[in-house]
Design a protein around this ligand. Structure first.
Ligand code: IPT
Length: 983
């Protein structure tokens, strides 16, 4: 066996070996890693581990593994207890890896200040991932994009010198601060050290624009050196924006270290086009991917599992994330993800798998609060039908390690007409074959797959795909072929179990190699079995769970063959516990399985009543479900089956929201308001990229240390009796607005236009709002409120996050008074809820959003409201929940009103800013209230800060709690700290 230098250096992980890329020797070298059992779920077990790769796949502790990953952002779920819920759901549904950005702005309220406590406890997230048994791909930027404010850059960084995302020394100084802080935590959770499960670490994000320039190469080289110097010893990578070959190995200086750098790229193809071929990664492949980086495995660092929706819902015709999920449904996943696997992708991260919530001022201007993304797990943590293919494929990849090492095999003519595509792959060691059949037409097509000795006729539904395998081991028996997709296999007790899946109602044929005629018993469902040509042929129409027991025929261990339709397949849970593998059938979710003495301790969820059945290792005779012993009997399937059904989730009663109290604010609009403590806006130069109008002063809020939410300006001037109009030029993200008053009288409100589908990506909006005035003689005060929305992202590395925000200039027609300005934005950052929780509204600066605020003097009112007037009005109420402790209820707040009414509301739950509702823009009406921020067993405070432009009557209209999902089970939830108003 020829061992290529590249492979060797990857395996031993040495830095000293030279790099020989593009050499033909390595292209034809056989794999050096025998196909053995895939490494089990990772744990922080205190032992050292090796994390390597060759051109096929990652190699962890010497074993091949496909990383089947889902993207989850801890910062989009501000309730650490629920991280466990989401991560357990990932693992249960077949993912073995979680990929997570870390958002610099979330952790840094000021230069030199880094906070990893409370909802920002990255260490806890990493620990939870390790406890759950998932590998981690960590992506701390420094730039992340991700539809977050400034692409993850802290607000304060927008007001610094130095070009971001280059080797500019000022910028690098701040970057190093951040990396030092985040890496201090990362290195405590490395899989190599046995103290965590991080196996890969990403530098920067889709960094293409300076990829060929010295400032870009030096920057990446700096990041590489810094991350290594901080002690991160797992392979590093970058996510190329497309399969362009940017940042492939040896394209920049990695300080003499080779073999520890992977090439990864991102793909977000249109769901309405044919899935792209990346070029096969690995031997026998076509050009493209394989030439971009021939020595590293196919790596999709992000592959679109949904897509984001901008304000107004332009991306999905106003239908919101339900439409994202519909256009990238389970069949999309099979077509696109199976194509990826067929292209040799062995590290596959779905962006997003749980999108969560861009709460507070976290969202980039382009998106609204919900970041549901149309992901497989919805924003309310509920599983969707999109988990079905992920579950089936994920469990398959763990069960059948041969799939981590496949070469492209001879092309196959499968007939079926145009639009039917077949990929053929073979494992060079076991000679197992894999076929991916994809139908790019809307009608069902039938593939005729030539196999040794026969032709298998396989229907492929319109716009769908399936994977077939031949020659894979099912334990002691081998699969000859099946028209159903293999899903899992395990050895349980004294028998082997193998499961196959497909769509409900499909007729399937599964053939098992059998040297002699076996005894066959159909235990459940209908199947016809026939022994011929050395194989047992099982014909069945899929529906529910079909069980066929195959015994004898020259093989020692019986095989239980399970044929499951889609719906049934996601009730089958294979779980590798440290002391053995179990298969559980029935409940809506299996979270954990621990084998102790003679009992299998299982935890999980039910929604409806459910059966519980478990295949367990020998010696295990008892089942405990969520801490309760369940009487069982042994079935003919070789399982332990609960004598009684598990009960489903009980009722969840939500109170009506009543008892509202109201108070108007914006005292800043009054002429005699005391602004003496405000900052004087007198700077002559700005660090923003937006030009400061001649004569100044600088009015951009970031230059005065105000980075989030609303900002107030008060300008004093004398005389100007002849002024006819005053014009405010201002800059915001999409949906920004400006309200102005002169001497306490409203001048009017200006709003940035609602973008259409074409202009929606543009982050910065500037406009000039002109209002007629007649100031008269004497002293005057202009009061201006600007809702800035947030900073642009900097996807093209051009300092776009430094575009100005707030007022740019103020001019008069008919007069030119000298105006002296003062400015006030957000107060000191909330030490618990973080820097992105608050903007500069009067109510926010004075704790009106907080629990315990004394609102007893406020006016009691009932909703819906019908007010008219420009300004800010707050509404507060409290409500009490008493959800059964064994029930995981996911609860949202729904606001509805006549869409013609021009107002918006910032929603505060127990002081936490849960997002922004814009009544006449939408499309979001329901805001997820995460348990932990929400007390489901106690009292909660709700506050709405309503901004109305005065052009229409305004609400709030109907405001109610909605149940978004419930299950018996869930995870224990610790309330997050929600500091109360100072009394
Ligand atoms: C890719 C980014 O890397 C990611 O952060 C996120 O913004 C995602 O897009 C879209 O949700 S960029 C790619 C679409 C060009």
């Amino acid at each position: 066996m020829v061992l290529s230098r590249r492979t060797f250096s990857a395996i031993v992980g040495t830095a000293a070996l030279g790099l020989s890329l593009g050499g033909s020797a390595e292209m034809c070298a056989a794999s050096t890693v025998p196909t053995g059992p895939a490494p089990g779920p990772p744990r922080a077990d205190g032992r050292r581990h090796t994390v390597d790769f060759d051109r096929y796949s990652m190699i962890v502790d010497g074993g091949r593994i496909v990383l089947w990953s889902g993207e989850v952002h801890p910062f989009r779920l501000p309730s650490p207890s629920l991280w466990r819920d989401v991560l357990q759901k990932l693992r249960a549904h077949g993912y073995n890896t979680v990929s997570a950005y870390v958002s610099w702005n979330y952790h840094s309220p000021a230069p030199g200040a880094y906070d990893f406590t409370g909802v920002r406890d990255l260490g806890l997230f990493l620990r939870t991932a390790a406890e759950v048994g998932l590998y981690v791909i960590l992506r701390p930027g420094p730039y992340i994009n991700a539809e977050v404010d400034a692409g993850g850059f802290p607000g304060w960084l927008t007001a610094t010198q130095g070009t971001a995302r280059t080797s500019d020394p000022t910028y690098l100084k701040y970057v190093d601060e951040w990396l030092t802080a985040v890496n201090r935590i990362a290195v405590r959770h490395l899989y190599t050290a046995g103290t965590g499960t991080i196996v890969l670490y990403q530098l920067e994000n889709e960094y293409a624009d300076h990829a060929t320039e010295a400032a870009g190469r030096d920057y990446m080289a700096h990041l590489y050196r810094k991350v290594r110097a901080d002690g991160v010893d797992v392979p590093l990578f970058h996510n190329d924006k497309g399969r362009n070959g940017h940042w492939a190995p040896s394209t920049f200086d990695t300080g003499g270290e080779h073999g520890r750098w992977l090439y990864g790229f991102d793909g977000y193809p249109s769901p309405f086009r044919t899935p792209p071929d990346w070029g096969y990664f690995g031997p026998g492949g076509t050009k493209g991917g394989s030439t971009a980086s021939p020595g590293t495995p196919g790596f999709l660092a992000e592959f679109g599992g949904g897509w984001f929706d901008p304000w107004g819902g332009a991306e999905f015709d106003g239908k919101g994330y339900a439409e994202s999920r519909r256009t990238r449904d389970a069949a999309y996943e099979r077509r696109f993800y199976l194509t990826n696997l067929a292209n040799g992708i062995r590290i596959h991260n779905v962006y997003m798998t749980f999108g969560g919530t861009s709460w507070g001022w976290l969202p980039a201007p382009v998106v609204y609060t919900s970041y549901d993304y149309g992901a497989a797990l919805d924003e309310a943590r509920q599983p969707t039908a999109k988990l079905v293919p992920m579950h089936q494929l994920g469990h398959l990849l763990h069960s059948v390690p041969e799939l981590a090492e496949l070469d492209r095999a001879e092309g196959l003519d499968v007939g079926g007409g145009p639009g039917l595509r077949a990929y053929h792959l073979v494992n060079p060691t076991s000679q197992a074959h894999v076929h991916v059949l994809r139908n790019d037409t809307a009608e069902e097509r039938v593939a005729a797959v030539p196999l040794a000795g026969t032709t298998l006729r396989v229907p492929v539904p319109g716009l769908d795909a399936r994977l077939l395998a031949t020659g894979i081991s099912l334990g002691q028996r081998t699969l000859r072929h099946s028209t159903a997709q293999p899903m899992l296999r395990l050895a349980a007790g004294r028998q082997d179990v193998a499961a196959f899946t497909g769509r409900t109602g499909e007729t399937t044929e599964t053939a098992l190699e059998c040297p002699g005629k076996p005894a066959v018993t159909v235990l459940e469902g209908q199947a016809e079995c026939e022994y011929r040509g050395g194989a047992l042929h099982v014909h069945a129409r899929l529906g529910g769970l079909i069980r066929v027991l195959v015994d004898g025929g020259g093989v020692q261990r019986p095989l239980l063959l399970l044929l499951a339709d889609d719906e049934t397949s996601v009730r089958l849970w294979r779980h590798d516990a440290p002391s053995g593998t179990v298969l559980v059938y029935g409940p809506a979710l299996l979270r954990t399985a621990v084998l102790r003495d003679t009992a299998a301790h299982l935890s999980g969820d039910t929604v409806e009543e459910a059966d519980l059945e478990a295949w367990v290792p020998r010696g295990v005779t008892e089942v405990v479900w969520n801490g309760q012993r369940v009487p069982t009997h042994v079935t003919r399937s070789g399982s332990l089956r609960a004598a009684h059904r598990l009960s489903g989730a009980g009722p969840v009663r939500l109170p009506a929201l009543t008892g509202w109290r109201r108070s108007a604010e914006n005292p800043e609009s009054a002429p005699d308001f005391d602004d003496s403590a405000w900052r004087t806006a007198d700077r002559a130069a700005s660090s923003s990229t937006t030009p400061v109008p001649a004569g100044g002063p600088v009015l951009f809020a970031d230059d005065y240390g105000f980075h989030y939410g609303d900002v107030w300006y008060r300008g004093r001037f004398e005389g100007a009796a002849d002024a006819e109009t005053v014009s405010f030029s201002y800059v915001t993200g999409t949906q920004g607005l400006l309200m102005a008053w002169l001497d306490g009288r409203p001048l009017g409100t200006h709003r940035m236009p609602v973008p259409d589908k074409k202009s929606v990506r543009q982050g910065t909006w500037s406009a000039t709002a002109a209002f007629p005035v007649a100031p008269g003689k004497g002293s005057h005060v202009l009061s201006v409120l600007v809702r800035r929305m947030q900073h642009d992202q900097d996807g093209r590395a051009e300092d776009a996050h430094k575009a100005g925000r707030g007022l740019a200039s103020v001019t008069f027609k008919g007069a030119s008074p000298r105006v002296s300005w003062r400015i006030q934005g957000e107060g000191a950052p909330d030490p618990v809820r973080g820097p992105l929780n608050n903007g500069g509204l009067y109510g926010e600066r004075n704790g009106w959003h907080l629990p315990g605020f004394a609102d007893g003097g406020w006016e009691p009112v009932a909703l819906p409201r019908d007010e008219r007037g420009q300004g800010v009005v707050w509404y507060r109420t409290a409500f009490r929940l008493a959800v059964d402790p064994g029930t995981d209820a996911s609860i949202g707040l729904t606001l509805t009103d006549d869409p013609a009414r021009a107002y918006r509301a910032q929603i505060f739950l127990n002081g936490w800013n849960m997002g922004q509702y814009i009544n006449d823009v939408g499309p979001q009406h329901t805001f997820v209230l995460p348990n932990g921020v929400l007390d489901t067993h106690g009292e909660n405070t709700l506050a709405l800060a309503v901004l109305s432009d005065g052009s229409t009557p305004s609400g709030p209209g109907k405001v109610r709690l909605t149940l978004l999902g419930k299950a018996a089970g869930g995870v224990p939830v610790t309330l997050v700290d929600s500091p109360r108003a100072a009394t």
